[in-house]
Design a binder for this molecule. Sequence first.
Ligand code: NAD
Ligand code: DAU
Length: 354
Amino acid sequence: MILITGGAGFIGANFVLDWFRSGEDEGIVTLDKLTYAGNLENLRDLQHDPRHIFVRGDIGDKVLVANLLSKYRPRAIVNFAAESHVDRSIHGPTEFIQTNVVGTFNLLECAREYWGGLGDGDKGRFRLHHVSTDEVYGSLGLSDPAFKETNPYEPNSPYSASKAASDHLVRAWFHTYGFPVVTTNCSNNYGPYHFPEKLIPLVILNALNSKPLPIYGDGQQIRDWLYVGDHCSAIREVLANGRLGETYNIGGWNEKTNIEAVKTICSVLDKLRPRDDRKSYADQITFVKDRPGHDRRYAIDASKVEQELGWRPAETFDTGIRKTIQWYLDNSDWVKGVVTGAYREWLEKQYQKQ
Ligand code: NAD
Ligand code: DAU
């Protein structure tokens, strides 16, 4: 068994589904609090699959986590559980500190106690894989080299500061206690099951619903887009063969300005689902007030994971975005399910003044 935390969210659910699709034979226990971002519909295909067990709960709940570990005796933990949206962290950082910092601390402590009680063989095999972000490195200038694992941490938002804090805890547990960990820091993911508060799914769904496509500031911010299936294959590789105590940057080698990314989505949609009036979806692009403290550029140098473990992303932005848009067109029931009252309230709060 392996224990996946946050497995009902966007990347976690893709990871759980891909794990079985890729022929892994170990079962999975998914622990997820089911916040607004967690959605059991993402795991619907596994509803009756005996290889998968779902438990609703908080990584910050010491009794629950300790009980799960002693009951299922996982040989590894992959920690996806987090509050993940930068804009929400600006409106209300408390949950970010609670889950990303205190929750990760609790998970580390429970896991360390469990690991300490394992026999030599199991102890040697055990590891905790912590999933983190490139945002911990701060913001790059246009001509700066891409982030390497050796870049200093310079987080700029409450979200990235909370992720940086969790990375530091994970690092310290390795150096102080010899607790076996590995951390991956990845760039912006996109793909199926992406919650539509984030740029790519928001733009796809707003376009189809004849709504404005909101671009923060001048739209010249750069993100390095990584197809979620590529991220999942990288995590499987690092989980299996990454060196303990190391960090690995995972990226798509796909830098795009936000405006480029949005225009690409519009032109793919123009072909796959033309507007009734045959005008381009790009006509819906609207520039709105910028995000406070908005990081200008992220770019990942993923050469360490390639050289050590032979991993490279399979998708370019053009191939990945086509698959993603097609998935949203084919899964309107999933879309209807996530567009709840709570989500609509968030959209109103976030975009009314802009
Ligand atoms: P998400 O917000 O879609 O999902 C997070 C999941 O964690 C949800 O299912 C939620 O219910 C669960 N969760 C939240 N608090 C919890 C708690 N206290 N206990 C248990 N479960 C809890 O996020 P995502 O985009 O899937 O991101 C997964 C991880 O990858 C996060 O750690 C995030 O920081 C990191 N990451 C994401 C991206 C990206 O582009 N999405 C890029 C780099 C790193
Ligand atoms: O870099 C990795 C990070 O990528 C992850 O750690 C985060 O969990 C994930 O949410 C993502 O953060 P971003 O802030 O980069 O993603 P988001 O989709 O919110 O925004 C992408 C870019 O698009 C960013 O420059 C802000 C901009 N944007 C976003 C929204 C929601 C807009 O211009 N308009 C919007 O409406």
